[in-house]
Write a protein that binds this ligand. Structure first.
Ligand code: SER
Length: 339
């Protein structure tokens, strides 16, 4: 039997590249990739087909759907939170209209196949807006239904798209005596800031973590754009990939929500600096907080309560802060920049 087809948007991004490696290793899917920028040579053979283009291009999406029998969508393409504040309307177009196009395509595909296409969507800590630092401390580990008052366009977009996904899964064309046609099976994860040993993200606000690490490993000075006390949850990329696959494989009847928090560990900028300095004693780290980005980080929770994900589909992170740095990030970035 041939492997099912997965469509991956944002395949050239931070999560996309790691997921491509994973699918290549386990051979579980034939990947159709879509990104604004061409995939590196190394990753192209990992895909059955690669498309370079914009998710706002509906004709391109129609063409992809006509050529491939897509059973699963990983919709990873997005314009992240810092970049989004520079151009909020563009963020809305990409993050909301682009997602709507993909959901429409997945819905059409669902009807064609006669069974639900699974639609995996990385959401974010950015859906939260905790108010002020006192409230942030009081919330501690925040649960999915608390503090959802995002202060960034990106956060608003992700929160809305979670609702859009829930709508497509449960209600699309079914109100007012509509048909019993099969519906998309949408599943979202609210990720903390992700840290990968292989890529440095761009345009995000949690980027201070990965940027500090990668700069130190390359012997470059780093001026951190938030203050030393700024604290948010983080997760090592291998756990992010495991979380996506864990949610993908969860039986639909076990899921009680459309969107789940997944947590791993919580660190301040100073904590990350400490870990980086222990590994690279000559690292030059300074602090030059940018007001907009510092405010965004202050609005995000310091940790995530992922009890629902643990109970419903058995989520457990494998990497706490020590393991993430000592067994994954530090050895891998050392190797990466040593030649
Ligand atoms: N890492 C993202 C950002 O910083 C949050 O999802 O925008």
């Amino acid at each position: 039997m041939t492997a099912p087809v997965v469509l991956m948007t944002g395949s050239n991004g931070e999560i996309g590249r790691s997921l491509l490696e994973r699918f290549h290793t386990d051979g579980r899917f034939r990947v159709v990739s879509l990104d604004l920028t061409p995939l590196p040579e190394k990753l192209r053979p990992y895909c059955e087909a690669t498309y370079t283009g914009n998710i706002l291009d509906r004709y391109l999406l129609d063409q992809i759907a006509a050529h491939h029998e897509i059973e699963v969508v990983f919709h990873l393409a997005a314009l992240l939170s810092s970049r989004g504040e520079r151009d909020p309307e563009l963020a809305h177009q990409i993050n909301v209209e682009g997602t709507l196009h993909l959901m429409r395509m997945a819905q059409a595909q669902t009807q064609r196949l006669g069974r639900p296409v699974r639609f995996l969507f990385p959401s974010s800590i950015a859906v939260y807006g905790v108010g002020d630092l006192d409230a942030k401390r009081r919330y501690g580990r925040i649960a999915e239904d608390q503090g959802c008052e995002p202060i960034t366009m990106y956060g608003c977009n992700k929160l809305y798209c979670e609702h859009l996904g829930r709508y497509f899964t449960k209600y699309y064309r079914s109100l007012g005596g509509g048909s019993g046609q099969p519906k998309v099976d949408f599943r979202a994860l609210r990720f903390p800031g992700l840290i990968s040993a292989d890529t440095v993200p761009s345009g995000g606000t949690s980027d201070f973590g990965p940027e500090m690490l990668h700069a130190a490993a390359q012997g470059k000075p780093y001026a951190c754009f938030v203050g030393p006390e700024a604290r948010i949850p983080f997760m090592a990329m291998p756990d992010a990939v495991r979380a996506l696959l864990g949610l993908l494989d969860a039986p639909a009847e076990q899921l009680t929500r459309a969107s789940y928090n997944v947590g791993a560990f919580s660190l301040s900028a100073r904590d990350i600096e400490g870990r980086v300095r222990r590994a690279f004693p000559v690292a030059e780290v300074s602090y030059a907080p940018e007001p907009t980005r510092a405010r965004i980080v202050d609005s995000w929770p310091e940790d995530l309560d992922d009890a629902a994900a643990r109970a419903d589909w058995g989520w457990r992170p494998l990497y706490d802060a020590d393991r993430a740095f000592d067994e994954y990030l530090l050895p891998a970035v050392r190797a990466r920049y040593s030649h």
